[in-house]
Design a protein around this ligand. Structure first.
Ligand SMILES: C[S@@+](CC[C@H](N)C(=O)[O-])C[C@H]1O[C@@H](n2cnc3c(N)ncnc32)[C@H](O)[C@@H]1O
Length: 318
């Protein structure tokens, strides 16, 4: 499917997210990472009034199209977990709004569109399958594209800039800090050697350097996986955004409002866990998922991308 077509992204932990958010018809929800709009669709179907955000304009455009076509359950009966639920009709207002924004600015965005406070907020982190398959974004080591990785046009520094301008120590730091790459030092050194001959400008060129340096060892994951992850995180300031976005989300919740965060790698999950614990100790929220919720084997079989997902759920107290 092309980027202009329907999303081919499969939503992770869909049932668990919707149950966790406890959607009430007519109440306000924010999807801070709308992506392929799979979670968003369920929220709207259940009669939630949704503010859908993404930093990627293409994702927002596609989400808008997808949500427009939804028949909501407002004013209708629908089956839900073996019982029939009747959702009261609320109003003729459109029940969703899709906007391009970075969740680093969640508070201002929510206030601008009348979603402060909200009854539930979702962060489903990382990138979608649609973005991975966009060759020009250069996010995938499986296709040959420009070494770019920027998720939005406000960013000026590409992955190629990082690869060609950073010192060996800086590259080592990026690969270690953002994705715990065990071969960070040899990979950084190999990149420095290769770029003395020619700038590294494409994903294929970078993959070749990594493959050569890893000696063709084929483990459970491709040897370039962690280097690509680390570069994406660095280019898009993902950890800083996460830190700021989650703190703002907690402030935006109404009493008993819920926040769901799905992360796909340890560094992100640690940040989320640390913020939740701190806010719990301050009496601001209750952690409802003592251990992160993981996808079932069935889900992983149907969607291998789900295998590293961890979902955390909290409820606001006051
Ligand atoms: C895994 S996808 C979300 C998939 C979506 N939940 C679904 O069901 O289709 C993650 C999305 O988050 C977006 N994103 C990443 N960082 C963001 C940020 N700081 N602000 C807003 N959106 C962001 C990406 O552009 C991507 O579209």
């Amino acid at each position: 499917m092309t980027n202009h077509g329907r999303s081919k992204h499969i939503s992770v932990l869909l049932k668990e997210v919707i149950e966790g958010l406890r959607i009430d018809a007519g109440k306000k929800y924010i999807d801070a990472t709308v992506g392929g709009a799979g979670h968003a669709r369920e929220i709207v179907k259940k009669g939630g009034i949704l503010l859908a955000i993404d930093r990627d304009p293409e994702a927002v455009r596609r989400a808008n199209q997808k949500l427009k076509g939804i028949e909501t359950h407002l004013g209708k009966a629908y089956p839900d977990n073996d019982k029939t639920v009747v959702v009261p009709a609320q109003s003729s207002q459109p029940n969703f709004k899709c906007v391009v924004a970075n969740f680093r600015d969640l508070k201002a965005t929510a206030e601008k569109y009348g979603f402060s406070p909200s009854s539930g907020i979702l962060f489903d982190l990382g990138v979608s399958s649609d973005q991975l398959s966009q060759v020009k974004k250069g996010l995938s080591f499986m296709t040959d594209g420009p070494l770019d990785m920027r998720l939005d046009s406000t960013l000026t520094r590409t992955a190629a800039d990082i690869i060609n301008q950073s010192s060996e120590d800086e590259l080592y730091e990026i690969f270690t800090r953002f994705s715990q790459e065990e071969l960070a030092r040899p990979f950084a050194a190999a990149i420095i050697r290769a770029r003395r001959l020619k700038s590294i400008l494409t994903t294929r060129e970078l993959v070749q350097i990594i493959e050569e340096r890893s000696g063709g060892r084929i483990g459970a994951i491709h040897p370039a996986t962690k280097v690509f992850l680390a570069l994406r995180i660095a280019v898009n300031h993902e950890l800083e955004n996460l830190q700021e976005g989650i703190v703002q989300a907690i402030d935006l919740l109404e009493p008993k409002g819920r926040l769901v965060v799905i992360s796909f790698q340890e560094t992100e999950d640690r940040i989320v866990k640390r913020i939740f614990k701190k806010k719990e100790s301050e009496g601001r929220l209750t952690i409802l998922s003592k251990k992160p919720v993981r996808p079932s084997q069935t889900e992983i079989r149907q969607n291998p991308r789900a295998r590293s997902a961890r979902m955390r759920l909290v409820e606001h107290i006051s």
